[in-house]
Design a protein around this ligand. Structure first.
Ligand code: PLP
Length: 407
């Protein structure tokens, strides 16, 4: 009986060829994604394997959701155990896993209260709604090239035109200032501003680290005007930049902190955290059916423990510094700049990046774009230095050879 069940449950027992899988997805998918012609079926640490058995070093890292590595056994065990005990438990009830997690989140981030949800955009959406509630104001100031998600509130804060234009009109009351421009921020914030919403390092917008003076200045402007400082650490959180949270580099104290991506070791989850200076929120003003479910909470507890026990933020700081310095030695007329923080690294090219990412994939390294011209690396923080050496080697190869279709 067990045997029969297990073959029914585990889809890996169904054998489809790589091209059959791609055909099926292409036939039935919504179409909103542009996909690479590769079928990924297995992962371990910082490695991925495709359906033909080809091994890749993964610097996509689940777009930032895989900080503790693929198929991490501590997550597998946490999910397995919790799944046998309780999966669904809405927040109309208390729950042991949730209680343990939200205390841990608050301690780790030095915040006071937590709203749990299921994705990055929901975390930002909650942050924006809470800022409106807590200030009684409606306007949001965000940054050009910022990315905050795809639901209407978060999309309205997102800069990129191709994400926004098809869905206008968006939520009114949003302004965008150039990132790292403190004077522009000063001018944009008024007594109607509910929140200044910023990434600490812009991810999707091109791997642009926020300058210390800018972030501290934003903190001060918010204090003076009564606007809330809402930080979007969906991508930078959980060790990515070399600290557990990127705001800790500058000793910032956000009023609201939005996190997601690697919070649950790969399990979908998001959270908006509130500082001790925020007033209490009233019952019924916001909510989520799946938010705070025990399965995700158990995974998140395991993920945060793993990050801390294995000193992965420190590892990201050290390996990231080394990786960036190695990439900087590559002599290529294509490179404009190498930049980043911890293991969040970008190479800005003078040309469109897509053909170079394709070539890199052919050579067994997965990386992702950030905007049109930036090659972005978000490897799991458990990646071996020897694998990063190979990545540097392959990147050098790709950026110093002639590629058809580039330019
Ligand atoms: C990915 C991302 C989001 C959106 O997260 P989703 O889980 O895709 O909704 C929001 N903000 C930042 C900074 C991100 O990197």
């Amino acid at each position: 009986m067990d045997q029969v069940l297990s073959t029914q449950i585990f889809n890996s027992d169904i054998k489809l060829s790589s091209s059959q899988i791609q055909e099926k997805e292409t036939s039935f998918t919504s179409g909103v994604y542009s996909k690479r012609p590769v079928v990924i079926i297995r992962g371990k640490g910082a490695h991925l394997w495709d359906a033909d058995g080809k091994d890749y070093i993964d610097c996509v890292g689940g777009q930032g959701a895989a900080n503790i590595g693929h198929a991490n056994p501590v997550i597998a065990e946490a999910i397995y155990k919790q799944a046998q005990n309780l999966i669904s438990c809405p927040e109309m009830f208390y729950n042991d896993q949730r209680a343990l997690l939200i205390e841990k989140l608050c301690t780790t981030a030095n915040m006071s209260r937590v709203f749990l949800c299921n994705s990055g955009t929901e975390a930002v959406e909650a942050g924006i709604k809470f800022a409106r509630l807590l200030t009684g104001r409606t306007e949001i100031v965000a940054a050009m090239r910022g990315f905050h998600g795809r639901t209407f509130g978060a999309l309205s804060a997102t800069w990129e035109k191709k994400y926004r234009a098809p869905f206008e009109p968006l939520v009114p009351g949003y302004k965008h200032i150039p990132y790292n421009d403190l004077d522009a921020l000063k001018q944009a914030v008024t007594d109607q501003t509910a929140a200044v919403l910023l990434e600490v390092v812009q991810g999707e917008g091109g791997v642009n680290p926020g300058k210390t003076e800018f972030m501290l200045g934003a903190r001060e402007i918010c204090r003076q005007t009564g606007a809330l400082l809402v930080l979007d650490e969906v991508q930078t959180g959980f060790g990515r930049t070399g600290k557990m949270f990127a705001f800790q580099h500058d000793n910032l104290d956000p009023d609201i902190l939005c996190v997601a991506k690697s919070i649950g070791g790969g399990i979908p989850m998001g959270a908006a955290l509130l500082s001790s200076t925020m007033k209490d929120l009233q019952p019924q003003v916001h909510g989520s059916t799946f938010g705070g479910n025990p399965l995700a909470c158990a995974a998140s507890i395991a993920a945060i423990d793993y990050l801390q026990n294995n000193h992965l933020p420190e590892r990201a700081a050290e390996l990231g510094e080394w990786f960036k310095s190695q990439l900087s030695t590559i002599q290529s007329p294509l490179i404009r700049e190498v930049r980043g923080k911890g293991l969040m690294v970008g190479i800005e090219l003078k040309q469109k990046v897509t053909p170079y990412l394709q070539k890199l994939m052919d050579l067994g390294v997965m990386a992702l774009p950030a905007g049109l011209t930036v090659m972005r690396f978000l490897p799991p923080l458990v990646i071996e230095k020897s694998d990063l050496e190979i990545v540097v080697d392959k990147v050098a190869q790709v950026l110093t050879s002639n590629i058809e279709g580039a330019g």
